[in-house]
Design a protein around this ligand. Structure first.
Ligand SMILES: Cc1cc2nc3c(=O)[nH]c(=O)nc-3n(C[C@H](O)[C@H](O)[C@H](O)COP(=O)(O)OP(=O)(O)OC[C@H]3O[C@@H](n4cnc5c(N)ncnc54)[C@H](O)[C@@H]3O)c2cc1C
Length: 552
């Protein structure tokens, strides 16, 4: 069926209203205002900047730790210290190595984990606040709209088509059917966060991958309210070790917020070997450690969420510009995985993209000739200096924790070079070991309902909602693989790596099939990253669907 689409033209279209997209919009609107005030021509209008966000409201899909390095925000909003919704400054930090029963405090906190001068924040609140500043400038922010497809033109891109609304589960238009818009723009900025669906398509089509493929971790997080006195606001702890074994990359965090709230979570590199490893279950076990339990006991779960983190770093960055398009923030792997910090870089790269787009509009040229200035601006900024200093960090852990730490120490004293530079790495899904006759799968984790929870209870606490009668947004290219090869080779890891119980192997009348509970999806994108056959494609569901990370 051909669909008649309404066409809209923008100067700059920004896909994604996270810190990167919002910083880009705000900085660009201000550059335009200054340009107009100086009497320069052509006159530019912030109303011709469009921002698309798939969440039902700004911030609803923002999930982060979050300890923010204020460097980026200070450049974007110089008076942020008195105006931004900062929960608390960091008041103390510590690092621990956990074994099954004990927590060993490191005598000194390693420099990358020192957080003096940083702030504990809710990224959900920060995005709402930044979004308000953006709207005040006249920029058009459209929530509940997802960029569904890129418009490819020539060697580059010329905008996006937003998702159709009001189709039933078989794709047929319902009474409320509204076709997606064709949004054309001189410059399209992809700020979709980790594993952006449009970015993935663009990187593959235009072969933009960097030296290493983009690699990811999964972060599983809960927000708790605990009895008074358990944790000081601004106290920040990082842990290594248990429940992850020494072959795995990752660690835990515990951050104290105001009003006796605690943010805690576990990040696991999505290059682990055991296909039955379950990141959600590992996080639940983490909470049972005496060190963590002591903080949470008697408290209550407030919110749950999960999201991927692009941990590949400098050598995993794709090329960030094409004719008519730029890639910023997590979508381009601008994240320091050693510090687990990307907010400051998302903001800064959003600003640098704004400056590049502004130059393109002023020159009337949005080809690569102008947009190639973006990586040059990154090169000249602190973003490149910070990322280069940890350019081999994540790769060092591919042979386990101890070798990783040894490499990291050498990299620290050699400014990131280490013993091998560049250090290569494969995509994480290639690291699974085949089951090869491993016994039956252990029973699934249930939780005690007080300290630990099963996945469905946690999904309930993520506030996730989707229109039920819509096409499935988790596209599996070959279901025969799921019920055939994958059963014997890997035991269907999708049942384990999905932190929202979306994938289930069901048996009906003796026939095995993959059941997809798409309405549980928390938009973490782990399935798209971690499927061993790379046959799962995450596409945005109808705009407005997904989690509601209020206060996260
Ligand atoms: C568990 C976890 C802990 C973290 N802890 C920290 C920390 O303590 N400190 C720190 O600095 N960083 C931390 N980070 C990283 C930090 O959150 C990111 O680096 C940062 O949020 C990246 O910003 P972004 O704008 O690039 O992407 P995001 O914040 O992911 O924003 C992207 C936005 O785009 C929207 N979107 C995506 N696709 C589309 C589409 N097709 N159409 C419309 N909208 C779309 C999404 O809904 C989302 O709102 C953490 C991340 C995780 C997952």
């Amino acid at each position: 069926m051909t669909v008649e689409r309404e066409k809209l033209e923008a100067d700059v279209l920004i896909v994604g209203a996270g810190p990167a997209g919002l910083a880009c919009a705000l900085h660009l609107a201000r550059l335009m205002r200054r340009h107009n005030e100086s009497g320069a021509k052509p006159e530019l209008s912030p109303e011709n900047i469009y921002v698309l966000e798939k969440a039902r409201e700004l911030g609803a899909h923002q999930l982060s730790g979050a300890v923010m390095d204020p460097r980026g925000l200070a450049e974007l909003v110089p008076d942020f210290a008195t105006t931004a919704p900062l929960d608390t400054p960091v008041t103390g930090d510590a690092a621990y190595f956990l074994t099954a029963g004990r927590a060993w405090k490191l005598p000194v906190t390693p420099p990358p984990l020192r957080n003096h001068g940083n702030y504990v924040i809710s990224l959900n609140k920060m995005a709402k606040w930044l979004g308000g500043l953006v709207e005040q400038t006249g920029v058009n922010v459209f929530t509940q709209f997802a960029g569904a497809q890129l418009i490819y033109e020539g060697d580059g891109i010329a905008g996006v088509i937003t998702e159709d609304k009001g189709r039933d589960k078989d794709g047929r238009p319902k009474d409320n059917f509204t076709p997606g818009y064709e949004l054309r723009a001189k410059v399209t900025v992809l700020a979709e966060g980790p594993r952006g669906s449009l970015t993935k398509d663009l990187v593959a089509r235009k072969k933009l991958d960097g030296l290493n493929p983009q690699v990811y971790s999964i972060g599983v997080k809960e927000l708790w309210e605990v009895p008074a006195g358990r944790i000081a606001p601004g106290w920040v702890a990082h842990t290594l070790g248990w429940p992850l074994d020494s072959s795995m990359y990752g660690g835990g965090w515990i951050y104290g917020l105001q009003e006796n709230r605690v943010s805690l979570g576990l990040v696991t590199g999505l290059e682990y070997h055991n296909p039955r490893f379950d990141p959600h279950e590992a996080f639940q076990l983490y909470k049972t450690h005496p060190f963590v339990r002591r903080i949470l006991q008697g408290g209550k779960l407030v919110r749950y969420g999960a999201k991927t983190v692009p941990t590949g770093g400098w050598y995993s960055m794709p090329r960030t510009f094409v004719d008519g398009g730029l890639i910023v923030g997590d979508s381009a792997s601008f994240l320091n995985s050693q510090r687990l910090k990307g907010i400051h870089m998302a903001i800064k790269t959003g600003m640098l993209a704004a400056e590049t787009a502004f130059e393109a509009l002023s020159a009337g040229d949005s080809s690569v000739k102008t947009l190639a200035a973006f990586p040059r601006k990154v090169e000249q900024s602190w973003v490149a200096r910070e990322l280069r200093s940890v350019r081999n960090f994540h790769q060092s852990f591919q042979h386990g924790l101890w070798r990783g730490l040894a490499h990291a120490a050498v990299q620290f004293v050699t400014g990131g070079r280490g013993l091998v530079d560049p250090m290569r790495m494969r995509a994480g899904y290639k690291e699974y070991r085949k089951l090869d006759g491993a016994g039956p799968a252990p029973p699934r984790f249930q939780g005690d309902g007080v300290l630990t929870f099963d996945r469905l209870t946690d999904v309930y606490h993520s506030g996730t909602r989707h229109e039920e009668d819509q096409p499935n947004h988790l596209l599996v290219a070959d279901l025969d693989i799921c019920v055939g090869r994958c059963v014997t080779e890997y035991g269907n890891p999708c049942q384990y790596f999905c932190p929202a119980a979306v994938y289930e192997m069901a048996e009906e009348k003796g026939v095995r099939r993959l059941k997809i509970n798409a309405s549980n999806c928390v938009h973490c994108k782990t399935c798209d990253v971690a499927d061993p056959y790379q046959i799962i494609t995450w596409v945005p569901p109808e705009g407005g669907g997904g989690p509601n990370y209020e206060g996260m």
